[in-house]
Design a protein around this ligand. Sequence first.
Ligand SMILES: [Zn+2]
Length: 60
Amino acid sequence: MDDIKNCPFCGHSVHVKTIVGITYVYCDNCGLVASFRKYERKHQTIERWNERVGEYNVRS
Ligand SMILES: [Zn+2]
């Protein structure tokens, strides 16, 4: 299973879903939705998400 980082805003675990060919990352807890249209494949989206999350200071 792909390792995906938690939401940078609330720290909740996030879900990955592909709708009409676009992969979204979303957080049930705070409603954050992120998509990376250049990276539509799931593993690419997850890589990009993890890089993005690394840019924030996640409080754990
Ligand atoms: Zn969240």
